[in-house]
Design a protein around this ligand. Structure first.
Ligand SMILES: *Cc1c(COP(=O)(O)O)cnc(C)c1O
Length: 384
């Protein structure tokens, strides 16, 4: 009997996504060249309008990346030197680096053991006289406990800046991630749920008055239409017209993609019910958009055993993230200012988490292969 060739299943599939709309992307490039507008033109403005309507936010401002978007939101919220900002310890470094970038101090707080997002109880304990803002991260695409966090923020007069880099379209009822806090920040880096061929991002703001300050901050202190007047200091943080066109092509497909992600997640959840794994358990389906399907294994050894079987089956496992941000050399060795709090849950979680491939372009056969490998991996380890 001949064995069929096992093709690799990548953890991330931006290339598959882009190749599916390749002809349209090439058309968008041609249209951009012919339009004569290359940065912050009509296409960027149309996308800003689309995003603000789509996610029911009064204001959307396009930026050059998710990292830039976070920094702009903090600056527009007037968070600066001397202030503390509470962030989850389990996130991408951009969350806390943005706090350092505006001269404030990130305070690393623990996560909830079920949702793996910022723990409201940990936030309450981390608050001091210096606390100016909270930055919940909707990690893996699951909305953080926003009702509790917004309540705490209100009681202590804190700004809330949502990091939605992984949560395009996630909702709590009819409220979208990014439109619940004072500001919401999105990444449209190519590897995220949606993104162009380059870096890109978005800031949502609840107060329409934030428009001018955000526009100045993203474009070296000037406002659209006034090229040589620099009202304030600002970053080089623009979005390009071609990128805006590609993102718009993807926005037309986003809802369908989210349904496909949820369908694969449902297959994983159903199939893994009898395995010794903690699975994602959103209270409602719309709370999670499955940027990653992350399970908690029983121990670091258990995780390694499953990863081994996945590698042998040509499936790429992922650890998002392999370390807590505060354990990165930038903080432990290079002296970037920060403050630690009790991180018992995050420290335990980071050594047991495992992310499985999940994206709309996965075939049913590939999903079967992941199911089989994870089951085999669980059988391969003694779970005494
Ligand atoms: C990707 C990501 C960012 C940064 O976005 P970029 O567009 O890469 O700058 C910030 N926060 C989180 C949680 C992310 O996953």
């Amino acid at each position: 009997m001949t064995r069929s060739i096992i093709t690799p299943i990548p953890a991330e599939a931006a290339q598959r996504r882009l190749m599916n709309i390749e002809e349209e992307i090439i058309g968008a490039l041609r249209d951009t060249i012919h339009s004569g507008q290359y940065l912050l033109g009509d296409q960027v403005e149309a996308l800003e309008q689309h995003i603000s309507e789509r996610w029911s936010s009064p204001l959307a401002v396009a930026t050059s990346s998710g990292t830039t978007a976070l920094q702009l939101a903090l600056a527009a919220a007037k968070v600066g030197a001397g202030a503390e900002v509470i962030v989850p310890a389990l996130t991408f470094p951009s969350t806390s680096f943005a706090v350092n970038a505006v001269g404030a101090t990130p305070v690393f707080a623990d996560i909830d053991p079920v949702t793996l997002t910022l723990s409201p109880a940990a936030v309450e304990k981390a608050i001091t006289d210096k606390t100016a803002a909270i930055m919940p991260v909707h990690l893996y695409g699951q909305v953080a406990d926003m009702d509790s966090l917004l309540q705490i923020a209100k009681a202590h007069n804190l700004k809330v800046i949502e990091d939605c880099a992984q949560a395009h379209g996630a909702r709590l009822g009819d409220r979208f991630a990014g439109a619940m806090g004072d500001f919401g920040s999105f990444s449209f880096w190519v590897g995220k749920i949606a993104g162009g061929l380059e870096d890109a991002g978005f800031v949502l703001a609840r107060q329409p008055e934030s428009r001018f300050v955000l526009q100045q901050l993203r474009d070296i202190g000037r406002l659209p239409g006034d090229r040589y007047t620099h009202i304030s200091w600002g970053l080089r943080g623009r979005m390009g017209e071609f990128t805006a066109r590609v993102i718009q092509l993807e926005m037309d497909r986003l809802d369908e993609w989210l349904e496909q992600r949820r369908a694969i997640a449902a297959r994983y959840t159903e199939s893994f019910a009898d395995l010794p794994l903690q699975l994602p358990r959103p209270a409602h389906p719309e709370n999670h958009v499955y940027y990653k399907y992350t399970v908690l294994t029983k121990s670091p050894e258990h995780r390694q055993a499953i990863e081994q079987v996945m590698y042998e089956a040509n499936i790429q496992p992922e650890r998002i993230y392999p370390e807590l941000v505060c354990s990165q050399p930038a903080y432990t060795r290079s002296g970037l200012p920060h403050r630690l709090t009790d991180l018992t849950v995050a420290e335990d979680t980071v050594h047991r988490l495992l992310c499985l491939p999940i994206y709309p372009e996965l075939t049913p056969q590939e999903v079967d292969r992941v199911l089989g490998a994870v089951r085999a991996g669980c059988g391969a380890v003694k779970t005494a």
